[in-house]
Design a protein around this ligand. Sequence first.
Ligand code: FES
Ligand code: FE2
Length: 388
Amino acid sequence: MQTIRVVKKADIVAPDSWLAQSPDEALTLPSRYFFDDTIFRSERDRIFMSAWHVIGHKSELSTPGQFVMTDIFDQSIIATCGKDGVVHAFHNVCQHRGNRLVEERRGVQKGVFRCAYHSWCYGLDGNLRHAPRSERIKNFSAGSYNIPTVRVEEVGGFYYFNLDPNAPSMSDLFPGADAEMKRVFPTLDDYKLLEEKDVIVPANWKVIMDNSIEGYHFSLSGPCHVDLADLIDFEGYKLTQRDKWWTYAAPANKDATSAYGVPLSADKNPDECFFNIGIWPHNTFYTFPFSQFLATFLIIPLAAEKTLLRFGYYTTHDTVPEVTKACMDWMNTDLGPEDIKLNISVQKGLHSVGYNQGRYVIDADRSNESEHLVHHFHTLVHNGIHGE
Ligand code: FES
Ligand SMILES: [Fe+2]
């Protein structure tokens, strides 16, 4: 029996007409933007293949031999700290017959990267050092089989890679972001990775981003959100939009006596805040009040309706404070799942023939409950897909 596909309004909306709306009156991106494979492939090719992607904190690449392997779609790169202390990045692929060199996410390579297939060996800069029996073949020059390099830049204590040799540099794309990270985390260089947790979420990457950049749902959704709202001074809560990066921040509630189930000592840090910074398109760093951590929240698209959420936690303490451990647990098992449940439910709802576009709840003051960052983010996505 043939299935009848109901034609949605979105199928006939011209891209330009979406962009022409004013934010205060705009209808949200049509629902197919969140599950259509063609749209997803356009995002991959037109947004992510020339985007800056977090590799890791400086401390993860500060000693010669340290490496981090990271993937985006079907591409994989290795970033290493060379013998000279310089960070290199190159594709994770042997130049003989294409085998992947590294499967571990992180490690320390004391010698060379040796391909498990025929033992071609590469230095920490990705240059070919040895290819067994290559002296038997005609016109072989080892220098022609170095692994192609990938661009690396550092902003705000973290290294990023970009697969596009012609992409603008991070300082041009995100002016002020480095200074903002240093302002909020004055001892940025001293952080060390404590834990990394990957969760696969059956939702489009934008559903997850939308949820993470608005305060509208904060005191209106689940109990963990309300608990977090209690630790924040909402009067001082601000969502600030720049061109390709954004922040939202609020001072901590100074009257709080406990956080994440742990009593707070009287000398709790008065500078503690709620802070979140997003670097287009999908890199997020944050801290929660009294958590004493710097965390990453990396939204890594896998398919139109499948996303890898990577939760990383960094600390400056040799002995991790109880409140830090409690906050990580609470994020992993309480607040995170509460949002993930909403994301999965939204993803299902977006397929309904009873829904196509909603409204952005944006107020004139761009207050802490306004969804202006969601509209701004959708504009960047729309431009990324349909722009020049
Ligand atoms: S594929 Fe790597 S050495 Fe053959
Ligand atoms: Fe949330």
